[in-house]
Ligand binder design. Structure first.
Ligand SMILES: [Zn+2]
Length: 206
């Protein structure tokens, strides 16, 4: 049975992200809306080791409430919460997705072919924002237009950003994207992606 305590479930999410090898070292960050504030993972602490008291609280104006130093990507997270339906934000460096984000011939409107129905429906044509320094205001602002009407994107030469109304929604997107990226490299150019018509046919039926 799932714990009713949202902070306990959030810490569990951070541990799952680490256990799945989606963040090497102290990389990656996650946050969750709690009423009129955001709790976010701290700077420089491995998500695998995180405890509730390590979390940093931020007001909606970006000011830190209490102690702690938030993840350097806190501006990117806050920009995602401009949408009222977003309650969880996850940013990871999952290896196959990062490999896609480092391809020389990257299509910024669709990072990789769509191979499976689930990925087609939940992710589809995955957009990529250009490279900006991690933690910069430029990176934080680069995601705003795309995230206004979708729940996932790639950061060039960097990683993945997903949002959701719930922890599971945001985490499932990370897993879907990593799985499709894994397939992409496993198939090594021999894969047959779903056609546009096959993808259109899934709308509302999956
Ligand atoms: Zn990052």
């Amino acid at each position: 049975m799932k714990s009713p305590n949202p902070l306990t479930r959030f810490i569990d999410l951070c541990h799952r992200i680490y256990a799945r090898d989606f963040v090497p070292g102290s990389g990656g960050n996650a946050s969750m809306r709690l009423g009129d504030r955001i709790v976010i993972t701290p700077s420089g602490v491995s998500l695998g080791m995180l405890e509730e008291q390590d979390l940093v609280t931020i007001a909606m104006d970006g000011s830190v409430i209490g102690a702690g130093k938030p993840s350097k990507e806190w501006r990117m997270h806050m920009n995602c919460y401009e949408r009222d339906d977003v309650n969880v934000v996850i940013h990871v460096h999952s290896p196959y997705s990062v490999a896609v984000a480092c391809l020389t011939d990257l299509d910024h409107s669709c990072a990789m072919p769509v191979y499976t129905p689930g990925y087609s429906v939940r992710v589809g044509a995955l957009p990529v924002v250009p490279y900006y320094r991690a933690g910069s205001t430029e990176l934080a602002n680069s995601i705003i237009a795309i995230m206004a009407d979708r729940n996932s994107l790639l950061l060039e030469n960097h990683g993945v950003l997903t949002v959701g109304a719930t922890i599971d929604q945001a985490f499932n997107l990370v897993e879907e994207i990593e799985e499709n990226a894994h397939l992409h490299f496993t198939l090594n150019g021999r894969g047959k992606p779903l056609s546009r018509q096959q993808q259109d046919d899934l709308n509302g039926k999956y």
